[in-house]
Design a binder for this molecule. Structure first.
Ligand SMILES: *Cc1c(COP(=O)(O)O)cnc(C)c1O
Length: 404
């Protein structure tokens, strides 16, 4: 499994050796009594969510691998019909190719290592590359030997939108530069496209509509034929304090804006990450100490709960035993010695939570396990497959029922 390890210092999620484990979170925890964080993957849920997204999106859907590159997660997405993958590094390209010889891999990072371009193109059949500068276009051409079958996708910068996490500040060409890039790339590209990213956990369907209108304006101004309009990722999921508009509202906004843009011969692509996998995994924590309203747990911001730290995401939680006590707000303290390793929540749990209890934290399939570090030696965590539904429902996806 060494090829699946991105950071040598971080132990991969290990599947427990125990034969024939129960298939529910409660059953597995009763059997294993885990003292390390236990990631609970819901493959059927992921496959159903992916297939719902694929059916709803009026174009080609690729999965943004960075969001959760666990092999079990990638297999579940494949089972749900995902055949296109958005990769951003040589390691991601290698991982996807090693698992799926027939996958279509797209290199969607606007600033790439030269060696990564060479390897992706020469060894892994990657043809589509994103650029947001003339220098990067020249780099792609040089490292692919001016290949005749390149897809060049020009990443467009967007004005800051309503997304919880802005992804426009760092990459993207301003409209005037994008116009020049489209003109420069047309003669050397077998297919040409425009992409953007409205920001992760975007709560406003109109953000996609405005970005599509801007992209259409850039395409018209460039005056060259374009084959692809890639609306990126950013599709939201529910958290305890956030109920996003349903998936259908985003699809309707995209369809309407695309129709209004009147771009004949252009096909739509999307690059969802979070929306496909967030509900598809949870992490079971164990309480190692309780001090008033602070629960000292065995995972934290240097582990799978990075987004519960400074970004301040709230996550759904559940105590894994019966309790008659009313729920009250708690904060979590992570296992490392850094005082920044605290998660304010609030996490609503029965008032009698105590040392030794297990707590399941939901919606961690996205940007959870992939952000783990080995800081302070807390890098070990396990993984099991379960059939439980997610802890939170996101409007617009089909949630398979539990067959316990
Ligand atoms: C991170 C990223 C995505 C996925 O974003 P989500 O908000 O998780 O959907 C898609 N495309 C690119 C280029 C990204 O960097």
């Amino acid at each position: 499994m060494t090829e699946f390890r991105f950071r040598g210092a971080v132990a991969p999620l290990r599947r427990p050796a125990a034969p024939a484990l129960p298939r529910t979170v409660d059953g597995v925890v009763a059997a294993l009594r885990p003292e390390e964080p236990l990631h609970c993957l819901r493959p059927a849920q992921v496959a159903a969510t992916a297939s719902a997204f694929l059916a709803a999106f009026p174009g080609t859907t690729m999965y943004a691998v960075k969001c959760n590159p666990e092999p079990g997660m990638l297999r579940a997405l494949w089972a749900g019909g995902v055949r296109h993958f958005d990769c951003a590094s040589a390691a991601e390209v290698r991982l996807v190719r090693s698992m799926f010889p027939d996958a279509a891999i797209h290199f969607m990072h606007p600033v790439k290592a030269r060696s990564a371009i060479r390897e992706a193109h020469a060894q892994h059949g990657v043809r589509d590359f994103v650029v947001d500068s003339a220098a990067e276009l020249a780099k792609v051409l040089a490292e692919t030997g001016n290949a005749a079958d390149l897809g060049i996708i020009v990443r467009l910068a967007l004005p800051k939108g309503e997304a919880v996490m802005d992804l426009s500040g760092k990459f993207g060409a301003e409209p005037a530069v994008a116009v020049e890039l489209l003109r420069a790339a047309r003669p050397v590209a077998a297919r040409l496209g425009v992409s953007f990213h409205v920001g992760s956990q975007c709560l406003e369907p109109g953000a996609y509509a405005r970005a599509i209108a801007l992209a259409a304006q850039v395409i018209r101004e460039a005056g060259v034929k374009v084959e692809v309009l890639d609306v990126g990722g950013g599709f939201p999921v529910a958290y305890p304090d956030i109920l996003p508009p349903p998936l259908s509202a985003f699809m309707a906004a995209i369809r309407d804006a695309f129709q209004a843009a009147a771009l004949p011969g252009v096909q739509l692509w999307a690059e969802p990450g979070r929306a496909l996998v967030a509900g598809g995994a949870s992490v079971v924590l164990q309480v190692q100490a309780r001090r008033g309203g602070e629960l000292f747990v065995n995972d934290g911001v240097y582990g799978a709960l990075s987004d519960a730290g400074v970004p301040g995401f709230r996550f759904p939680v559940r105590l894994l035993r019966a309790s008659g006590a009313a729920s009250v707000p708690f904060a979590f303290q992570g296992p490392t010695c850094d005082s920044a390793d605290r998660m304010a929540g609030p996490f609503l749990l029965p008032a009698d939570v105590q040392e030794g209890d297990w707590i399941e934290v939901g919606q961690l399939g996205a940007y959870g396990g992939c952000l783990r570090t080995a800081f302070n030696g807390f890098d070990r965590a396990g993984m099991v497959d379960v059939i439980d539904p997610p802890l939170l429902d996101t409007p617009g996806y089909f949630m398979p029922a539990v067959a316990a």
